[in-house]
Design a protein around this ligand. Structure first.
Ligand SMILES: C[S@@+](CC[C@H](N)C(=O)[O-])C[C@H]1O[C@@H](n2cnc3c(N)ncnc32)[C@H](O)[C@@H]1O
Length: 234
């Protein structure tokens, strides 16, 4: 059971995401909870502003430290576990499957979604969040990045995926470390292309061997860097 607290200016972005498919079932069966917090509830001043113009000039707006810090502090106190505070940021540590596995072992993750030009740096100085990036590109806000974290962590929680083993062979996972093998399903033939015979012969040892070889082949072709990493670890 893991609890996510999402701090966002746009909670309704998560509506469809949380109410469909595997994630919806996982929430309904109590495998995880997702609490959305509208950071505007912590806005202060006559005009209830969450953001202000950057000191030194320049374009855009910056999320205010005197709103964000109290917001994080009060959300932290809403649950017994303090949890890990994660700030979604393009300047953070690159997110990967290894980190998803680490997060899946936590009881609580608090995800801070930035917007506009970002968040006043004093939030980082005061609360020392872990800054996490989902890649070297710029999004409008941290919400999509938060969804990436939630979905990748959720898949790893016991009992969430129907088939117990279905994440074990996923690409990048610690049980595999190679890219997943190619997958086929019916029809056996389509426009002159056949699925490999070995997958239909019922011989489990041969199927397992084919899959391992196929995984290795694909990894060599598409991500030779992963093989280099395995060499370094082993
Ligand atoms: C428009 S971005 C601000 C970018 C900032 N001016 C910079 O260049 O580093 C607004 C917010 O979107 C989120 N964000 C944007 N790209 C992201 C990424 N690649 N990974 C994680 N969060 C991201 C962060 O929360 C960020 O504070």
């Amino acid at each position: 059971m893991i609890r996510f607290d999402i701090l966002t200016l746009f909670p309704s972005i998560f509506d469809g995401f949380l109410s469909e498919s595997i994630l919806k079932n996982a929430i309904e069966s109590g495998k995880l909870t997702v609490q959305l917090h509208n950071m505007r509830d912590w806005a202060i001043g006559k005009h209830s502003n969450m953001d202000d113009r950057p000191f030194g000039g320049g374009p855009g707006m910056v999320l205010k430290v005197d709103c964000i810090v109290p917001c994080i502090e009060s959300v932290r106190e809403m649950f017994v576990e303090t949890g890990r505070l994660i700030m979604l940021s393009p300047q953070g540590r690159h997110y990967d499957q290894k980190l998803a596995e680490e997060f899946a072992a936590e009881k609580r993750l608090i995800l801070l979604c930035g917007r506009y030009e970002g968040i006043d740096e004093r939030v980082v100085e005061l609360l020392e969040p872990e800054e996490i990036s989902i890649g070297d590109y710029i999004l409008n806000g941290g919400e999509v990045a938060a969804m990436v974290l939630i979905e990748s962590v959720m898949r790893l929680l016991p009992g969430v995926l129907g088939d117990l083993d279905s994440n074990k062979f996923d690409s990048f996972s610690s049980g595999n470390r190679l890219l997943d093998c190619a997958q086929y399903t019916r029809p056996r033939e389509f426009r002159g292309l056949s699925a490999p015979d070995v997958l239909l012969n019922g011989n489990h040892a041969e199927i397992a061997q084919w899959r391992t070889e196929n995984s290795l082949q694909r990894t060599k072709l598409r991500r030779p860097d992963l093989l280099y990493e395995i060499d370094q670890i082993d």
